[in-house]
Design a protein around this ligand. Structure first.
Ligand code: FEO
Length: 384
């Protein structure tokens, strides 16, 4: 696949993977992107997942037309991109490995060698001239590991963006970009909003015509759309007006309350209500919804004088990703000593800029006239 006259795609699609990074379901598979820049000298940008080494080398050979690569630029050491560095180094023993100092330290740990005799260490602002193409390196620590560099090709205005601007899904399937890019972003990079903001500042100074990420499609048009979404996500801003209701329910009573609240919100004109049953939905979908909307309602049962396990896990996902800037409503259920609201509020204590609604709904086993009235109040308050 041709990206520009001299930049080619040599990545692979993975439809066999069960869980990406050991936890994310990827119904449409995953792409591990790699690129080759053909100039007087040749640079390969990153490798691919371990299982695709042979396919990758074959694709590279097809693009190289009998030539040999001069460099492998390693932007990120997570094994979905770095696993075939050794294969590359053995296949093309004269080629140099280009990476940050931290990446070489990681290579030593992963592979037992840091390629001391054939390495080029690069940092912020360093460049590598291939001929017509000059590659300028930007550091992007924690987007999404500390060793990450990104690469800007000055000739074609291409930003090789490592994991940034990536998404779940192989490249031979059609799907909406934002949906799977948002789930990917909040799942994988969500904790590092400040670092993504720093990267966006650097990117703003570049004339970018194409973004080549390590996952997902190559972005060539309407780049402002993607950059704006990254701006909103990394600033923990509200992307979509509406309310997300996340609940767990044992015998259906808390679920009934969650669904009744959703109905009331929609009747009262709420533009969008997303409802997630945390025991059954994809947790990563629920997490992206929590960061997408400005208002959230958490509904759960009291359980072992605590809260139901799926809600505990969900709130942990939010807090470890720096959840903030949201309005939060709480619904608790308990048959003899409801404490869930207090526990949930306690778990969210360290989050910045959360506003809790005055109304907390208390259900004693099943909905009553009183708790229905509280739901009505909560709906009014959320839309007020
Ligand atoms: Fe796609 Fe952080 O590796």
């Amino acid at each position: 696949m041709k990206i520009t006259d001299s930049i080619r795609y040599v990545g692979v699609n993975d439809h066999e993977i069960d869980l990406f990074e050991g936890q994310y379901i990827v119904p449409n598979g995953m792409a591990y992107n790699s690129y080759v820049i053909l100039d007087r000298e040749i640079a390969v940008m990153d490798s691919v997942d371990r299982r695709f080494g042979g396919e990758w080398v074959e694709k590279l050979r097809a693009e190289l037309g009998g030539r040999e690569p001069d460099y492998l630029v390693v932007q990120h050491m997570e094994p979905d991109h770095s696993a075939n560095i050794v294969l590359f180094s053995e296949t093309w023993p004269k080629a140099k490995i280009v990476a940050s100092a931290k990446a070489f330290a990681m290579m030593k740990n992963f592979f037992g060698t840091d390629f001391a005799d054939r390495r080029i260490i690069v940092g912020e602002g360093d460049s590598l001239t291939l001929g017509e193409h000059t590659l300028r390196f930007l550091t992007a620590p924690m987007v999404h590991w500390p060793e990450v560099i990104m690469t800007y090709d000055e000739k074609d205005g291409v930003l090789f963006s490592a994991d940034a601007f990536g998404k779940f899904g192989a490249l031979d399937t059609e799907e909406d970009w934002a949906c799977e890019a948002r789930r990917y972003y909040f799942g994988i990079v969500g904790k590092y909003g400040a670092q993504v903001q720093a990267l966006l500042k650097k990117a703003a100074a570049l004339e970018i015509r194409t973004i080549c990420p390590l996952h997902g499609p190559i972005l060539t048009e309407n780049l402002g759309y993607y950059l704006d979404l990254y701006q909103t996500w990394s600033a923990y801003g509200v992307e979509t007006e509406g309310v997300v209701i996340a609940y767990t329910s044992v015998y259906g009573h808390t679920e009934e309350a969650a669904k009744l609240l959703a109905e009331k919100l929609l009747e009262k004109g709420c533009p969008k209500v997303a409802v997630n049953d945390l025991a059954r939905c994809d947790m990563a979908e629920a997490v992206e919804d929590a960061f997408r909307y400005g208002k959230i309602v958490l509904a759960t049962t009291t359980y072992n004088a605590e809260i139901f396990p799926f809600m505990r896990e969900f709130i942990q996902h939010l807090t470890e990703r720096g959840y903030r800037n949201r309005t939060v409503g709480l619904i608790e259920n308990g048959s003899w000593a409801p404490t869930a609201a207090k526990v949930m509020k306690g778990m969210l204590e360290g989050c910045k800029n959360l506003t809790f609604t005055e109304t907390t709904v208390r259900i004693n086993s099943a909905l009553s006239a009183e708790s229905r009235q509280q739901l009505e109040q909560l709906a009014e308050e959320l839309l007020g």
